[in-house]
Ligand binder design. Structure first.
Ligand code: ZN
Length: 245
C-alpha cells in the first residue's frame, strides 16, 4: 500500500490492523558522470516499492532531499543543512506518530544522512526522556545496503571497484528500474580515488568527477534486478522483526 495513492479513509482503516510505516529517505546529489542525481532517493524508493508488491507494507512518500553539503560543488545537487534536515525529519515523525503509527522505519539511501538521522532520533526520544512520558513509537534507520545479504551480493558482483560513492551497486539498481535512463561515460581513472569528506570545494578537488573509490561502469541492469530482489526480501524480513518487538 502506497500512502500517497491512498485516501485518508483507507489509512484510517489500515491503522486498525497495522501501525507500521516505511519511509524511503535519501538525497538528490551528484553520482559521478554516469550516475543519476536521484540515485540515493531512487534506490530506497525502488526497493520499498518492490517489497510493497511482495508483502503487506505501507510505504510513505519518499523523503528525497537529505544532507549533501559536500556534493554542492556539482550542479544538480540539492541539500538541506543538518539543522533543517533534523527539523524536517522531526515534523515527518510527529505527523505520522499523531495518527498512531508506532513503528516508523526509515529506509535510507545516502551514507551522508546517517549521522543527522541518528541525531534526530536522539533529539526526538529526548523529549520523552526529559518529560518522563513514555515514547509511543519506535524509530528505525536501515541503510538499504545493510539489509541482510546485500553487502555479500555486492562483494560477489563487484570484487573490485565497488567503492563508497557512485557505487556500481546503487547505479545498477537505478538502471534496472529506469532502463531508459541508462548512461555511460569514460571512467578516468577507472577506479576513483579514496579520501576524507569535508566541504564542497575540497570534495571537488579530491574527487574531480564525483566518484569515491568506485568504478561505476561495472553497473548492469541484470545486477540491479538481483540487488532489488534481494533487498526487497531483506526489507520484508527486517520489518517483520521490528513489528515483533
Ligand atoms: Zn549514493
Amino acid at each position: 500500500m502506497l500512502l500517497h495513492l491512498s485516501t485518508w479513509c483507507e489509512i484510517e482503516k489500515r491503522l486498525e490492523t497495522s501501525r507500521t510505516v516505511i519511509v524511503p529517505i535519501g538525497s538528490n546529489e551528484q553520482h559521478g558522470p554516469m550516475g543519476l542525481l536521484g540515485t540515493d532517493w531512487l534506490c530506497p524508493e525502488i526497493i520499498a516499492h518492490a517489497a510493497e508488491k511482495e508483502g503487506d507494507l505501507l510505504v510513505a512518500p519518499t523523503f528525497n532531499i537529505g544532507m549533501a553539503q559536500h556534493h554542492l560543488g556539482f550542479p544538480g545537487t540539492i541539500s538541506l543543512r543538518p539543522t533543517t534536515f533534523m527539523s524536517a525529519i522531526e515534523d515527518w515523525v510527529d505527523s505520522l506518530a499523531r495518527h498512531g503509527f508506532d513503528r516508523i522505519y526509515f529506509l535510507n539511501g545516502h551514507g551522508g544522512n546517517v549521522a543527522t538521522i541518528e541525531a534526530t532520533f536522539s533529539q526526538i526520544y529526548s523529549h520523552y526522556s526529559y518529560s518522563g512520558n513514555p515514547c509511543p513509537f519506535i524509530l528505525k534507520l536501515r541503510n538499504w545496503w545493510d539489509l541482510p545479504g546485500i553487502m555479500r551480493l555486492a562483494a560477489k558482483l563487484y570484487p573490485t571497484g565497488h567503492g563508497s560513492h557512485a557505487t556500481p551497486s546503487e547505479i545498477a539498481v537505478t538502471f534496472a528500474a529506469y532502463p531508459d535512463h541508462v548512461k555511460s561515460a569514460p571512467m578516468e581513472p577507472k577506479i576513483a580515488p579514496d579520501g576524507p569528506i569535508r566541504d564542497a570545494l575540497d570534495y571537488r578537488s579530491r574527487f574531480p568527477d564525483g566518484r569515491i573509490g568506485s568504478d561505476s561502469s561495472l553497473a548492469t541492469i541484470e545486477d540491479g534486478r538481483a540487488l532489488i530482489e534481494a533487498a526487497a526480501k531483506g526489507l520484508l524480513d527486517d520489518v517483520a522483526k521490528l513489528e515483533a518487538e
